[in-house]
Ligand binder design. Structure first.
Ligand code: AMP
Length: 440
């Protein structure tokens, strides 16, 4: 099938061919004609499946071919949860519109507000933005949306998770006219909040679900390794990084502080790595991403800030040094590899502190997750047995049973102790875990 079979203009098809893109992916084959026909869309498709072009192609084609509703207001607004993802979308958009007179701007938090006002005065056709800064521009009236034709939400669930519900409502109200078309995309749409949001935003949407969020990704080999503590995790990591099949690698940790600490530890061991965390300035973040995409270094260590938006085909491995708290985030993290038909590996280290996350991920995904071990680096930790309900544990009968947990024996009156004890043997400083995972 060709892109022109989907109704895409030959000029755009040629532009895609320059990028080596000749055949539509499944999501593109479904979403492009539906969007071109003017329907609202509620779409879910796997990470790396070509979602971005699935909404960019019909959007660019519309701007190229149809008359604008307004001369001044943007015609297409794309909202993405993180700066990285917005930048990624903007980069693909720029490639598509190269050589046309279509104007696009990127409006991100952390960048100069006045420069953005100037860029918006230039009457761009496309605005790609993160929600917080976008709402600021709407409030200050530097951005009007009454002429908006196409409103696109990429990773809508994540936008809501980050607490931008009010901003979304504001955007919806500002662009609330009968001719507006709305497209909602994500890898994970089975989310109660998204469902409620879609009822407000979308008019008779066509639902496109090519794979459930929890379906295993056939191009990503997922393997888990039990780990006793921080030192053990580092030893396993070192072992993995020494393997010949490792190209570029993204390592996810729980907190910002961990990214720098681990990066220093790896650099000391001779692995060239860079830490990317949300507290860096926007220009520094972009510089790091750019340098990684040019393959100037092999290992990027980050938190969930980069779990969406990094689209690099040379990433052969994703390593979860710590498991994410939310099962959906696991899907997005591992989706940084195995993109566009390439094969990828996702290795996850599961220590006592990760156990609860592991249980959540296991129940979210349909299939069993496979554990493996490395010769010479086998863990003593074997997982945490499911706790009996508290009411039962507290009864006399249980304390009389002759096989209490060793740790429980020391403190028979505190049945919660067995959970805390293995957490402490992870070897991480308590401070390390007190910090919340960063958000955009
Ligand atoms: P996405 O899911 O939009 O983040 O896209 C993942 C990767 O697939 C990006 O590198 C795209 O450039 C690439 N891609 C998108 N559509 C196609 C296609 N039809 N053929 C080959 N690669 C594609």
């Amino acid at each position: 099938m060709h892109f022109t079979d989907l109704g895409i203009d030959t000029r755009l098809e040629t532009q895609l061919a320059h990028q080596g893109i000749t055949q539509p992916t499944d999501i593109q084959a479904h979403a492009v004609p539906t969007a071109l026909a003017g329907h609202d869309i509620f779409a879910q498709s796997k990470t790396g499946s070509g979602k971005t072009l699935a909404f960019l192609l019909p959007a660019v084609q519309r701007v190229m071919k149809q008359k604008a509703l307004s001369k001044r207001d943007p015609r297409v607004l794309i909202v993405a949860p993180t700066r990285e993802l917005a930048t990624q979308v903007f980069t693909q958009l720029r490639l598509l519109i190269a050589g046309t007179n279509i104007k696009a701007v990127k409006i991100l938090g952390g960048e100069n507000f006045n420069d953005q006002i100037k860029a918006l005065r230039n009457d761009p056709h496309f605005v790609v933005a993160t929600p917080g800064r976008l709402a600021d521009h709407i409030t200050k009236r530097s951005l009007q949306l009454s002429g908006l034709e196409l409103l696109i939400f990429d990773e809508a669930d994540r936008i809501l998770d980050l607490g931008f519900t009010e901003q979304l409502k504001m955007i919806n109200e500002q662009a609330n006219h009968r001719l507006r078309q709305t497209l909602l995309f994500s890898a994970t749409l089975d989310h109660a909040q998204v469902d409620a949001l879609s009822r407000n935003l979308l008019k008779k949407p066509k639902q496109i679900t090519l794979s459930a969020a929890n379906e295993q990704h056939s191009d990503i080999k997922q393997t888990l390794y039990l780990a006793d503590n921080l030192d053990h995790k580092e030893a396993l990591l070192e072992h993995f990084l020494k393997q010949d099949d490792v190209g570029q690698c993204i390592i996810f940790t729980a907190t910002r502080a961990d990214t720098s600490r681990l990066s220093e530890a790896l650099n000391d061991k001779g692995f060239k790595s860079v830490a990317l965390a949300g507290d860096l300035t926007q220009s520094k973040r972009l510089e790091i991403m750019d340098s990684f995409s040019r393959e100037n270094f092999k290992i990027l260590i980050t938190t969930d800030v980069a779990s969406r938006g990094l689209d690099l085909l040379s990433v052969t491995h994703v390593i979860n040094f710590d498991l994410p708290k939310h099962a959906e985030e696991y899907v997005h993290r591992i989706g940084r590899t195995g993109r566009a038909g390439f094969k990828g590996n996702a290795l996850s280290l599961v220590g006592p502190k990760d156990w609860a996350s592991y249980i959540a991920i296991k129940s979210f995904l349909n299939d069993e997750l496979v554990f493996a071990s490395v010769e010479g680096l086998k863990a003593k930790f074997k997982g945490i047995k499911e706790k009996k309900p508290a009411a039962v544990v507290k009864t006399k009968k249980v304390t009389q049973v002759k096989k209490p947990h060793v740790k429980r024996k020391a403190k028979p009156k505190k049945p919660v102790a067995p959970i805390k004890a293995p957490m402490n043997i992870d070897g991480d400083s308590p401070m390390r875990r007190k910090k919340k995972p960063e958000q955009e």
